[in-house]
Design a protein around this ligand. Sequence first.
Ligand code: FAD
Length: 501
Amino acid sequence: MTDANRIRKIAIVGGGTAGWSAACLLGRIFARDDTEIQLIESSDIPTVGVGEATIPPIFEFLQLLEIDPVDFVRETQATFKLAIEFRDWLKVGHSYWHPFGNFGVTIDRRPFHHYWWKNEAQGHDDKVADFCPSIALAEQDKFLFPPADGQFPGGALSYALHFDAGLVAAYLRRISEQLGIIRLDRKVERATLDDRGHIDQLHCDDGSSVSADLYIDCSGFRGLLIEQGLDAGYEDWTNWLPCDRAVAVQSEAVGPRTPYTISTAREAGWQWRIPLQNRVGNGYVYSSAFISDSEAQARLVGSLDGKPLADPRVIGFTAGHRKKFWDGNCVAIGLSAGFLEPLESTSIHLIVTGLNRLLDYFPDRNFDPALQAAYNRETLTEYEHIRDFLMLHYYPNQRIGEPFWDHVREAPLPDSLAQKMELFGNSGRIISRRRELFHDLSWFFVARGMGLKPKSYDPLADIPDFHDVRDVMGQVSGAVGQLARAAPTHDQFLEALITPG
Ligand code: FAD
């Protein structure tokens, strides 16, 4: 029965990072099958043109797509990302790291950060960088691949990429077309529905129409199918995450290419600095209730460390998500599904998890509503988790008297975040659930960076003799220091990697 009902034709609308990621993954899945996949994009409608910082799971996606990561780095002007440095978020002049990878080592089966709080309670004033390989390397603009077993003395190293989004889309398009994806350069004007309320046909500006069993909406913020066609509705989270605009500009590269993103708090939001091999991406993300576009633009251009390479572009958005990510025979992936502002570079990751979830719940032409319900439920949970983590970056700020920062400090927290922070405030425990993107350590680093300190610590940290704990700490910091001293600079590492031969 299933075979007769199998999806035989898939239409993807949109050729940005989301569209070509979908095409490439589905191209691989259906490579030995006669299912037809078409991608429709309009060369008259530009992609959003930002989205250049990622998080470590990007490498799992490259592996799934059978992409050689070194070739990818060469072809997309990529650099490595070990961490984000947050400057001025707690207060002007203060900075902290949110690194990837481990912090210290497990002692007596308990994570190291619990001993960290005990260590502080005992009056020790150690530096987190001495126990975290990613921070130790980032602080010195250094980088190296971890050994094959993935372990360093002093914890595992993990990293992600910064890349040129335009080159990534072109790279994925090349592979997708080799896999047999058919690209149609047309503007879709509207979708018509069948009597089940599913999408029946897409009508294009050249008079042609496209029909498919399954439609993937990758049309960006406009949500051409999911919203304009199916009226899925949008849950506006501006009350939680008030930034609603970004002004972005690329600039000439100056100085070493940092193996980390810099995120600097500004008067009405924050500014990113993302180094690529050949240029730097910059953007000021802000709330239009607190600063005008022209002022934000002037602030951004005035703060660049290299000459701008183009005129700045303003992009508007509404933090939030579609009320249904999957509706009938249409699944929204990418910005058409939602957007939670770029603070922790989660959007491309949400494209990947959306696609993987679609594979988990892949429908046949009956479109079992239970599959759609499970997909929508899990996606919503993922969005809520990321929203809470993003809010942790804002609400504990001490930038008293600055209207935007007062606003985000005083706004009420969602219950899910309030409960987490109560737990943290008492004993430093934040227990992430199995499928949550940001694990305990991410919460530890950002909460600590934002000046939050638990009243006490995990009582199990009292079980090992504290002298033994200090000994282990000494060994870890020795190993981390040695590693960082011996590592090449990020620039040297990149040159060696991308130079042919
Ligand atoms: P788009 O890039 O907008 O692509 C839409 C596509 O749809 C285009 O190809 C267009 O031609 C096509 N299209 C639209 N309408 C039609 C039509 N009628 N007919 C035919 N084709 C049509 N993400 C990260 O992971 N890291 C970051 O650092 C990051 N920074 C960001 C900063 C900002 C300010 C913003 C706004 C986003 C950022 N993102 C980031 C998100 C990231 O940019 C997107 O997730 C990613 O680019 C995917 O976009 P998309 O493909 O969904 O949409």
